[in-house]
Design a protein around this ligand. Structure first.
Ligand SMILES: Cc1cc2nc3c(=O)[nH]c(=O)nc-3n(C[C@H](O)[C@H](O)[C@H](O)COP(=O)(O)OP(=O)(O)OC[C@H]3O[C@@H](n4cnc5c(N)ncnc54)[C@H](O)[C@@H]3O)c2cc1C
Length: 504
């Protein structure tokens, strides 16, 4: 990454080649005229998946080069969990991107670790707690107050402390009651009760309105649903919505840099058990299950799509999103692959905004009510004890899910970073004037997620319960399998695949 000074110096000399650009927000006070640097893209590489879509998915498999006990396709949290729990086996992880972690990755600006996607966890019950223990991780609650809702109107406080107080208390009480009931819509979804499954047939909006939750709260609930589940409350399953929203009654836990810490701990464990077990830049284009024998896995070096390679595995575990899994699985029931490929996927932009100057006291998560270009912003340093927070710089991780996923993907593919960053920065300035008042935005680093997860639409839980997760010796283990995009879903799916493999 070039420094801001270098970027400014290089302005007339082809910044595009350096992978950075400068943008000058139009209008505003003199202080707002400061340019900021645009960092390189991080996140999804689109080319390998497009190469698969555009023909490689039908390409023949070359002769296998090697045999392994377990091949894991995809090194996100689910795939890494499978490999780390099977570390005594001959296991290999094939990961398309240059780094494992999936949507749980982080980067660093100066000494601040910030998340590129997944940020916090909520459930420390079993089996999650034991799982974090095995990794030597001790999740720490984010110190209160954890979040606030911003109206964007100068001087106006969080409406949940004022005019929405009783409506918000009603919502919390409803969610508390549901949480304590035996019919809570929980994980694993295979154990859901009939009343919990009935929730899946409703939208979260219809369910909450039926429970007399005030309409005025839906600005906040919609922002939350879009950010966490892929669409506003009227397009989200009440099962998934209630499951996620119930976190408002509980502490949340976060590591510096977010859930990348979990990915790193698992990757270290896997690599510690044997060198070369995580192969990055390896895009899988085909998987052929075999009854009783070895499954064949066709892959290519993401930089050289024309040179396919192949390995054989006693077990193949597909830990890639179902949307992709359905495209690379061969020889299985077409109805199953059709169910996977027809799932609706969200698209997402995350902007990490790097500030120089005294950091204002920020809550962990700030929700922007009615904002058009982003839903919320997490303070990357709020997870640190106050004494360890930097005094003269800070990073805000701004979540900007696209309301129209297809249009969002088109914009991410076009890749115009300045056009994508500008509205977010301008709106952020309105919602967080104290942040911009105390410090200066020096860099915006954009991360793109083209198909970040399945949208948790009504019926998603029923769909996921119906999709088979085993095809001979090929297993599916991705968070999509729970119909709810969460770390806990990835762990549940990984544990289930590991159990099948251990049973033989
Ligand atoms: C912006 C964002 C914020 C989030 N925040 C939170 C949060 O705060 N808390 C929370 O609990 N959850 C959060 N989530 C959701 C949660 O983090 C994910 O559900 C979970 O991390 C997914 O893990 P996974 O392994 O199932 O999938 P992924 O992370 O999708 O990993 C799949 C992996 O497979 C690889 N892959 C795909 N296709 C191929 C192929 N053909 N060949 C080889 N490799 C392939 C991908 O590169 C990727 O690494 C967030 C998600 C996003 C997008």
């Amino acid at each position: 990454m070039v420094t801001r000074r270098e970027a400014i110096a290089g302005l007339g000399a082809g910044l595009g080649a350096l992978g950075v650009g400068l943008i000058l927000p139009g209008g505003g006070a003199a202080q707002e005229q400061q340019p900021y640097v645009l960092g390189d893209w991080t996140g999804d590489s689109f080319a390998p998946m497009h190469a698969i879509r555009d023909g490689l998915s039908r390409a023949p498999l070359p002769p296998p080069e090697r045999r392994v006990d377990v091949a894991v396709i995809g090194g996100g949290l689910a795939g890494l969990a499978v490999a780390s729990l099977l570390q005594d086996r001959d296991v290999i992880v094939l990961e398309r991107e240059p780094e494992p972690g999936g949507v749980a990755k982080s980067k660093r600006w100066r000494d601040v670790d910030y998340a590129l996607g997944s940020a916090y966890i909520v459930d420390l019950s079993e089996p999650f707690s034991r799982f974090y223990d095995t990794l030597g991780l001790a999740p720490r609650p984010v110190s209160a107050p954890v979040d606030r809702a911003l109206t964007g109107v100068a001087g106006e406080g969080d409406p949940r402390d004022g005019k929405w107080r009783s409506a918000y208390d009603d919502l919390k009480a409803l969610l508390r009651r549901l949480r304590e009931s035996r019919d809570f819509p929980g994980m694993p979804i295979s154990e859901a009760s009939a009343p919990a499954l009935a929730l899946d047939r409703l939208s979260l909006f219809d369910f909450l309105r039926g429970e007399h939750i005030e309409a005025e709260l839906f600005g906040l609930i919609d922002a939350y649903c879009l950010s966490a589940l892929g669409a506003p409350a009227d397009e989200i399953s009440a099962y998934a919505g209630v499951n996620f929203l119930s976190e408002i009654n509980a502490p949340i836990y976060a590591f510096p840099g977010g859930n990348a810490a979990i990915a790193r701990a698992m990757a270290a464990r896997i690599s510690g058990a044997g060198e070369g077990r995580i192969v990055t830049g390896a895009a899988v284009y085909a998987i052929e299950p075999a009854e009783g024998g070895y499954a064949r896995v066709g892959w290519f070096d993401a930089l050289h799509p024309g040179e396919p390679r192949c390995l054989e595995a006693r077990w193949a575990v597909v830990a890639a999103p179902y949307f992709f899994a359905g495209r690379i699985l061969r020889g299985v029931d077409p109805a199953a692959t059709a169910a996977m490929t027809s799932l609706r996927q969200g698209s997402y932009l995350v902007a990490n905004c790097c500030f120089e100057g005294p950091p204002p006291e920020l809550h962990y998560d700030s929700w922007a009510l009615g904002a058009q270009s982003f839903s919320d912003a997490i303070s990357a340093t709020a997870v640190l004890p106050a004494a360890e927070r930097p005094k003269d710089h800070s990073v805000l991780t701004v979540y900007a899910p696209f309301r129209d996923p297809r249009a969002g993907r088109a914009r991410l593919l076009a890749g115009d970073r300045a056009a994508l960053a500008a509205p977010i920065v301008e709106e952020l300035r309105r919602f967080l004037p104290e942040t911009f008042g105390a410090a200066r935005l020096v860099e915006a680093r954009l991360t793109r997620w083209g198909h970040h997860h399945t949208i948790a639409a009504p019926g998603i839980v029923a769909t996921m319960r119906a999709v088979p997760k085993r095809f001979g010796n090929v297993l599916l283990a991705h968070s999509d399998g729970q119909g709810m995009p969460a770390v806990e879903s990835a762990i549940v799916e990984a544990l289930s695949a590991v159990e099948i493999i251990k049973r033989g």
